[in-house]
Design a protein around this ligand. Structure first.
Ligand code: 9MR
Length: 362
């Protein structure tokens, strides 16, 4: 029996939890996650979701939450000043509704994914118009439950900021982010609000600044419910993972009453690369298991991978990603296997590792 041929899951969350009592490692990840009152999901790309039925079926089967890859970014929703378009984002929202999947809104504020006319940072006036238009459109959505209010506001590194305290990107002031969060709460306080960032999965310069910013938002009375920990993780045969540092980031967030949420997980294997695809897949799987065990020990309840299949992954694209041809399969892309399903949508060791982590979660 093919892995994908089982019936699509159409239950609502509560029936997901009930149906979840009889799961095994091959059950849909959304159901396995539900046995622990958790969610599994993926970033989806509308461009493929409505063209590739096998991909859409896989998303519907496995996911209880999805994030649009690009459809809710500023360049998609407000391509001209004050002119809003929601066609592609709404198509994803409708898909979610049909398949009983929650939608995570990504993102209202970022330095990328913007139309050319938009300065960074935008003025507060531009931000308010944007937030009013976009959050307002989804105010009554039955599926959209959470927003990345701001994404990647911390500078890439300490040489690229004029702000030693919060480490914000040049030109961004903490007050602007506070005002953005406060304004968003005036438009739609019913959703969960996240501050989302990368490179905070350990004791790093970025994670210490991120935590300070979370604290600042809390102390200034802004509504902030969650911290989006993107988790584009890099592993290699040469270096490990800062488990202790990551655990303390999670603990600090929990202590602040800001829920850590894994928003963009994928695993990139850096050079030196292992010498076979099998070893590579095992490394990726081990990475998932190791990382998720730490997350679940800290009570994380939502895990979103950035894509679900190696067929569609952002890491194929940037020039700076490591590239290597394997002797046993001379395709230049073979080493890029960061996600739970392969290019043919067959489950990989990584999928099994994610399932095991959910099953073993406290
Ligand atoms: O995966 C996304 C890619 O297709 C887009 O071209 C790019 C720019 O909009 O954004 C990618 O997604 C990013 C996400 O929005 C924020 N964190 C990093 C993700 C990978 O680059």
């Amino acid at each position: 029996m093919g892995f994908l041929q089982k019936d699509k899951q159409k239950e609502d969350d509560s029936t997901d939890y009930i149906a979840a009592t009889n799961t095994d490692v091959n059950s849909p990840l959304r159901q396995i996650a539900a046995t622990k009152k958790k969610r599994y999901g993926a970033a989806v790309d509308g461009e493929f979701l409505f063209k590739e039925k096998d991909y859409a079926d896989l998303i519907a089967r496995e996911c209880s939450i999805v994030t649009p890859n690009g459809e809710l970014k500023w360049n998609a929703t407000e391509p001209q000043p004050g002119k809003f378009t929601f066609e592609s984002a709404d198509a994803i929202a409708n898909f979610c509704q049909k398949n009983n999947i929650a939608l995570h809104g990504h993102t209202l504020f970022w330095h990328m994914g913007n139309p050319d006319w938009l300065p960074y940072p935008p003025t507060l006036e531009m931000i308010q118009r944007h937030v009013t238009g976009v959050m307002g459109h989804y105010r009554n959505s039955p599926v959209l439950k959470s927003w990345d209010i701001a994404n990647e506001i911390i500078a890439d590194n300490e040489n690229e900021t004029d702000d030693p305290t919060y480490g914000l990107r040049r030109g961004v002031k903490p007050e602007l982010i506070r005002d953005l969060f406060k304004f968003a709460a005036s438009v739609d306080p019913t959703k969960k609000f996240y501050l989302n960032d990368y490179g905070i999965e350990g004791a790093t310069w970025r994670s210490s600044r991120f935590l300070k910013m979370v604290e600042y938002l809390k102390n200034s009375g802004a509504k902030i419910d969650g911290a989006g920990i993107q988790s584009h993780l890099w592993f290699s045969t040469a270096y490990g993972f800062d488990a202790t540092g990551f655990s303390s980031v999670l603990k600090r967030l929990n202590d602040l009453g800001v829920k850590p949420v894994i928003t963009e997980l994928d695993i990139i294997i850096d050079t030196p690369l292992p010498d076979s695809i099998q070893k590579l897949d095992q490394m990726v799987a081990d990475g998932y298991k190791r990382f998720l065990d730490i997350c679940f020990a800290a009570d994380v309840d939502t895990v979103i991978t950035w894509g679900i299949t190696d067929r569609h992954t952002w890491i194929r694209h940037p020039d700076w990603m490591p590239k290597k041809t394997y002797r046993d399969n001379p395709s230049v892309w073979q080493f890029l296997r960061p996600l739970p399903f392969d290019e043919n949508l067959q489950p990989k060791l990584a999928r099994n590792a994610i399932a095991q982590a959910f099953m073993q979660a406290p």
